[in-house]
Each structure stands twice: as structure tokens, then as C-alpha cells.
Write a protein that binds this ligand. Structure first.
Ligand code: PLP
Length: 441
């Protein structure tokens, strides 16, 4: 999926061929580049080219690349204790991180924490826990959802093309309902006529398609990520909360992509007037090391019997030490506030460039999680224009990537440590890319 136009050196071509020969074809990439170094908001490839990072390692580097506090924590922990599996004996950073996450997660009740390695693993475990707690089996997920690539997570994921092809059959008793994708309202409302009628479709699915007393869990991304950077309106999430209260189902907020300050608060749900029973974190949690977390009501998290949860590497001390440092950096540098400021600036830049790129149909998002949706004049998805914007941005030294069930959304996902000058540069390069792609369309 090479999108840049710069001539490729022998070395870059060499990497590309070696990769094609030895790496599984199923691992797709947006930019066929080899990144050899990164610092702050900047990336350098094997040919020495410099890029502003608009992808943050797919939402992982909220505190930026090589943050000195995170690197120091990793170095110190690696020298002290690299690994001891939680099933053999505990490590202190695991327990400290569990305490830190339980203290910060939304909800004025006792909470407990399970640590895992990835977002998909967090999703898998949330469903296991919800089923063990409710002694029910049905799970409700949403259109545009993305929850990962393991079997339950993939079953919960909406998009077939690219993610699910050839992998059937999927896990049983997973159901799907419309989500509040307001730009493409599933029930045909306009913002002025909306009374969150999409919730009626959700309720019908639960009452008729599933049966209220069969529902174990409702899993939702407060801001849908891979599905197109679609923020769920607070009223939609509040409706799901009521539904779960009425049915006894567990409300799971998947904040793997929108959490850790990205949305402008440590947890996105904090801005939405909703307290989930379980919240999931991964990606930016450990600032670049693999770590995921399932944080929730103590009595729900404790439903599985001892032995039911865990994993060899889950809660690795180095990853946990990194996560403790990340939490400290997010709070000390007030990066959620910085996310809001960066997001406003980038949103304004995109809107200002719209006259030169009329195919930019929607600019949306929360905090520094901004989606630009591209359309044809009749409003149908225009993935080609989104691709052209990504290519034009790369020619300007800005790496972006697409999202969306129609591949027609460009996501702006920068590290949250962008300085004012870097934010200005990001906005300038983005505006240039929108103008170039828009005028060529
Ligand atoms: C919302 C959400 N949940 C789960 C996942 C899966 O995380 P991982 O790739 O770490 O398994 C992702 C990854 O993009 C995600 O965006």
C-alpha cells in the first residue's frame, strides 16, 4: 500500500523486498517505510527522511516517543526485575498499577484490575468476566465497532473486509445493533430532528432479538476508532447505561484507542456522563510496551474463579513500570488539556481548508482524536480522496492513516505532547494536503 511519491533508494527497496519475502502478507501497513528512530512527535525512516507523526504508533504514543520519564522507568525496572509471571509470584509494579488504575477509573465504588498484554486480550477477558458474573451468554456490540483480532474480539468487530475474511466461523451469541453514527444516521434523522431514535433499534434488538434476561454484556467504544473516529453522543451512552441497569447486563467501555487522555480526559466516558461497569485500556497505557487492562466493579471483576484469568506475560513488571510513568506524565503535563487544545487547532485547520477540498464531508472528534470523512458530491463514501490526502500529507512530511468502515476517513492521531509550533506545522501540512488532494479530485 505504498502511497508516497518520493523515489525509493536501494536500501528502502531492499527492506521492502525483504519484508515481502519474510513477513506474513496478512500484516497490512499504510506506509511501506522502515522507521528507524523516533523522538517526541517525530519519526525518521531508513533513508533519513523526517516525518511529523500523525498516527502515534496507532494511538500508542500519547506521551510521545522516547519520553525521558518513561524511558527512565523502563531502564530502571529492566535492571531490577525483567519478568516474573504473575502465576509464579507477584511483582510490585503490577499491584501498584492496579491500585493506580482503580483509583482513577470512573465510578464511586470499589474497583479491581486485571492486567493483560493487548487490547484484544482486554476485550476477551471483559466478555469472560461479564459472562461469569451474569451467568448469561449474549453479548451486544455495534455497527462500525472494532475490538481486535482474536476470535471473540474479531466476532465483536463489524467490518468483514480486511479483518474477517476467511476466518469464519466466529464466536456464538454475539449480536449487533446500530450505533449513533450521526453523519450517516442509521435511522435517517438530522441533528435537528434527532431524539436518539437509534437507541430504540438497540432496545428492540435486546428485547426481541436477544431476550433481556440473556444479555450478559454491552460493549461499546465511546469514540469508535477503526470504524471512523465516530464519537458516541452522551445521550446514546446514557441510554446504554439505563439498558444495562434495567437488564442486569454489564456495560463495557472499550477505551483502548480513546482512553489515556486522547479524548481530552483520562477516560473518554468522563465527558459523557456515564459510568461503565468495566473500562478497557491498552495502546497508550504503557507508552509503547505491550500492556492492557480490564478495570471495573470489584464484584464483577472477581466473578471468575482463581485460575480463570491471567497469562504468562500479563502484567510484566517493565510494562507496568512504564504505565505508572505514563500516568504520571499525563497528569503532571496535563496532557488531556493539551489534547483538547491540539484537537481544536487541527479541527479549525481542516474546516478552513474545506473550500479547497469540497469532498471533506465531515470533521468530527473529541480531544485529539479527529476524523475527516471524505465523500463524493452525492454524499457516498470517497475512499480514494482519503487516500490522496494521506499521500499528499506524506509528501509534506506528515504521516497520517485512514479509518472507517468505508476507508474514507483520515484520522488525526498525534502524540499529545505536540508543542504549539509543532501543532502549527501539523495544521499547515494538513491544510496543504487537503488543498492538493481536493484540487486534484
Ligand atoms: C477500540 C479498540 N479495541 C481493541 C483494539 C485491539 O487492540 P490490540 O491491537 O492491542 O489487540 C483496538 C485496536 O486498534 C481498538 O482500537
Amino acid at each position: 500500500m505504498e502511497q508516497g511519491t518520493a523515489p525509493r533508494s536501494a536500501e528502502a527497496a531492499g527492506w521492502s523486498e525483504r519484508r515481502a519475502r519474510s513477513v506474513a502478507r496478512g500484516v497490512a501497513t499504510t506506509h511501506d517505510l522502515v522507521i528507524v528512530r523516533a523522538q517526541g512527535a517525530w519519526l525518521w525512516d531508513s533513508e533519513g527522511r523526517e516525518y511529523l507523526d500523525g498516527m502515534a504508533g496507532l494511538g500508542v504514543m500519547n506521551v510521545g516517543h522516547g519520553h525521558p520519564a518513561v524511558v527512565a522507568a523502563i531502564e530502571a525496572q529492566a535492571r531490577t526485575l525483567l519478568h516474573t509471571c504473575a502465576h509464579t509470584a507477584w511483582n510490585a509494579p503490577y499491584i501498584e498499577l492496579a491500585e493506580a488504575l482503580a483509583r482513577r477509573a470512573p465510578g464511586d465504588f470499589a474497583k479491581k484490575v486485571l492486567l493483560v498484554n493487548t487490547g484484544a486480550e482486554a476485550v476477551e477477558n471483559a466478555i469472560k468476566i461479564a459472562r461469569a458474573h451474569t451467568r448469561r451468554t449474549a453479548v451486544l456490540a455495534f455497527q462500525q465497532a472494532f475490538h481486535g483480532r482474536t476470535y471473540m474480539a474479531l466476532t465483536l468487530t463489524d467490518k468483514a473486509h480486511g479483518y474477517k475474511e476467511g476466518f469464519a466461523p466466529f464466536a456464538p451469541d454475539v449480536h449487533r445493533a446500530p450505533s449513533a453514527y450521526c453523519y450517516r444516521c442509521p435511522v435517517g434523522r438530522q441533528p435537528t430532528t434527532c431524539a436518539v431514535e437509534c437507541l430504540d433499534a438497540v432496545r428492540r434488538q435486546v428485547a426481541v432479538g436477544i431476550g433481556e434476561d440473556n444479555l450478559a454484556a454491552v460493549i461499546v467504544e465511546p469514540v469508535q476508532g477503526e470504524g471512523g473516529f465516530v464519537p458516541m453522543p452522551p445521550a446514546f451512552l446514557q441510554g446504554l447505561r439505563r439498558l444495562c441497569d434495567e437488564t442486569g447486563a454489564v456495560l463495557v467501555a472499550d477505551e483502548v484507542q480513546c482512553g489515556m487522555g486522547r479524548a481530552g480526559s483520562l477516560f473518554a466516558v468522563e465527558q459523557m456522563g456515564v459510568v461503565p461497569d468495566i473500562v478497557l485500556l491498552a495502546k497508550s497505557l504503557a507508552g509503547g510496551l505491550p500492556l492492557g487492562a480490564v478495570v471495573g466493579r470489584a464484584e464483577i471483576i472477581d466473578a471468575p474463579v482463581p485460575g480463570g484469568l491471567g497469562g504468562t506475560f500479563a502484567g510484566n513488571p517493565v510494562a507496568c513500570a512504564a504505565a505508572l510513568a505514563v500516568l504520571d506524565v499525563l497528569e503532571r503535563e496535563d496532557l488531556p488539556a493539551r489534547a483538547r487544545a491540539i484537537g481544536e487547532r487541527l479541527r479549525a485547520a481542516a474546516l478552513a481548508a474545506r473550500p479547497r477540498c469540497p469532498g471533506l464531508g465531515d470533521v468530527r472528534g473529541v480531544g485529539a482524536m479527529i476524523g475527516l470523512e471524505f465523500v463524493h458530491p452525492d454524499g457516498s463514501p470517497n475512499p480514494g480522496l482519503a487516500l490522496a490526502v494521506v499521500a499528499a500529507a506524506r509528501r509534506r512530511g506528515l504521516l497520517l492513516m485512514r479509518a472507517g468502515v468505508y476507508d474514507n476517513v483520515v484520522r488525526l492521531l498525534p502524540p499529545l505532547i505536540l508543542s504549539d509550533e509543532e501543532t502549527r506545522l501539523f495544521a499547515e501540512r494538513l491544510a496543504g494536503a487537503l488543498a492538493e488532494a481536493g484540487e486534484a479530485a
